[in-house]
Design a binder for this molecule. Structure first.
Ligand SMILES: [Zn+2]
Length: 288
């Protein structure tokens, strides 16, 4: 019977699945509309049919937000994880790291740079979900700490775009320590009266939500982004109750006061510039 489904001629070529995903056409996972990839790119990777915000890389965010993505100072570019536990469960952590580096071209799940947004010099860190689920290990923690130190010393605003599955369990307690480390640095920045804008994208969960991501002076989120600590199923099992509709989505969190504003990707850069202007941000901002 299988023979019925086999082509009797090889003149007709079928586009492989890989070609469809990475090539010319992309299917929106939300409304199933098929979109021409160039159109999607022009539309900042937002579906024109239903406004679904596709997950994008740190480089795509840098291109979108910075005045000149090439005119940057990258902080901690060469910091790499040393695999402190020699973790070896389902697969070797060192192999996972190597594969993630090859796939993304980055050294870890965040890139931290200094660049200009609307002419405002800004310290900005952007996470990559495609690097081991955007998990926060010792490298992410160290890079964020150095970025915040830069923002304190140079009196610039601080922006972190989060996309993370939480702490990187392959680094055990080292990864959990990053929650305290990054939170302490953000607290220090706040004491110095710095402005920290946290941008939550899909998904922002686990240890990232439980530390710096929810500590922004202003917290923005992309539409429909999943934001939470534990997964919905775990919570449901623990409390033994059904969860409300839209639970852990950006709109739900806005309604409950955890998020200040939901910003469409096309408005994100202008919103940041408006906030800088509103706070009359200038190099002497921190001088009291
Ligand atoms: Zn769509």
């Amino acid at each position: 019977m299988v023979e019925w489904f086999r082509r009797s001629t090889d003149k007709i070529k079928t586009i492989s699945k890989k070609d469809t995903a990475e090539g010319i056409w992309v299917k929106c996972p939300r409304c199933t509309q098929v979109i021409y990839s160039e159109e999607l790119k022009k539309n900042q990777y937002v579906c024109s049919g239903c406004s679904h915000h596709f997950r994008i890389t740190s480089q795509q965010y840098f291109n979108m937000l910075l005045d000149d993505p090439k005119n940057i100072l990258e902080i901690g570019k060469n910091i790499e994880s040393v695999d402190p536990l020699k973790f070896n469960a389902v697969s070797k952590y060192s192999d996972q790291l190597k594969a993630a580096k090859e796939k993304t071209g980055y050294n870890d799940a965040i890139r931290t740079v200094v660049g200009e947004i609307g002419g405002y010099k800004t310290a900005i860190g952007i996470m990559d979900f495609s690097f081991i689920g955007g998990s926060m290990g010792s490298v992410v923690g160290e890079k964020i700490s150095r970025l915040v130190s830069y923002a304190i010393s140079n009196k610039t605003p601080l922006i972190i775009v989060s996309a993370s599955g939480g702490a990187r369990m392959q680094e055990g307690s080292y990864s959990l320590m990053q929650m305290a480390k990054t939170s302490a640095m953000v607290a220090k920045f706040s004491k110095e009266k710095g402005l920290f804008i946290s941008i939550l994208t899909d998904p922002t969960t686990g240890g990232t939500t439980a530390s710096f991501a929810m500590l922004g002076d202003i917290i923005l989120a992309e539409p429909n982004a999943l934001i939470g600590f534990a997964g919905a199923r775990v919570i449901k099992q623990t409390i033994g109750q059904d969860l409300p509709e839209g639970f852990q989505r950006a709109e739900f969190l806005l309604d409950k006061g955890f998020v200040d504003s939901i910003v469409h990707r096309s408005d994100l850069k202008n919103t940041l510039i408006k906030i800088f202007k509103f706070f009359k941000y200038h190099p002497d901002h921190l001088v009291t």
